[in-house]
Design a protein around this ligand. Structure first.
Ligand code: ADP
Length: 179
């Protein structure tokens, strides 16, 4: 699914965040220590190679909602933006912290003149944020920031399953109805 809003392309696709070769910056659903781990972080570090963990080391630890930027190493992307999502039911207020992840990632993208960025569904894996709730926060936050973006021209949401993709598509339709 693809939409153009405020001159910016918004896409929802099913796929692997570590296999988005046409995107300048991918976002990592990182852990506080910016270490490989599982899920999104595991896939990104595996594709990037050990140089990424080395570059991350002095930047850690990060707080929920914070974001930091590194190079892409062996990934096809120029940058990785690492953000720490809230653990659902633990890091509060979780909706504000999750919104900060998207806001701070886009802020770094703008500061680095990045034209395209891909997000996974932050916090919805081992951090247990319910997908529907996380989707609403992610899309509302990103849509509200579109008018402020000068460099970012494409934002892609990469979902790992067909059912997650359907939730994103329905919410994007709902939030942009009439646009
Ligand atoms: P968190 O710790 O923030 O919850 P996870 O990496 O555990 O992060 O999961 C975040 C979301 O990303 C989950 O919905 C999970 O299904 C999905 N996911 C896992 N691996 C990948 C991948 N390689 N590409 C895109 N999404 C992924």
């Amino acid at each position: 699914m693809q939409k153009e809003i405020s001159g910016i392309i918004i896409e929802c696709v099913k796929g692997n965040i570590a296999a988005q070769p046409d995107i300048t910056a991918i976002v990592n659903a990182a852990n506080a220590w910016l270490r490989p781990g599982g899920g999104v972080a595991g896939a990104i570090h595996q594709a990037a190679g050990p140089g990424l963990a080395k570059e991350c080391e002095p930047l850690a630890p990060i707080e929920p909602g914070q974001a930091v930027i590194t190079g892409g190493h062996n990934l096809p992307n120029k940058y990785v933006i690492h953000t720490l999502g809230p653990v659902y039911g633990v890091d509060k207020p979780e909706d504000e912290l999750l919104a900060s992840c998207y806001r701070n990632a886009l802020k770094l993208a703008e500061e680095n003149k990045i034209d395209s960025i891909a997000f996974p569904a932050i916090s919805t894996g081992v951090f247990r944020y319910p997908l529907e709730k996380a989707t609403a926060v992610a899309l509302k936050t990103v849509l509200s920031l579109l008018p402020t973006l000068k460099h970012v021209k494409k934002i892609r949401f990469v979902l790992f399953s067909e059912s997650d993709l359907l939730v994103y598509e329905a919410e994007l339709e709902r939030l942009t109805a009439g646009q």
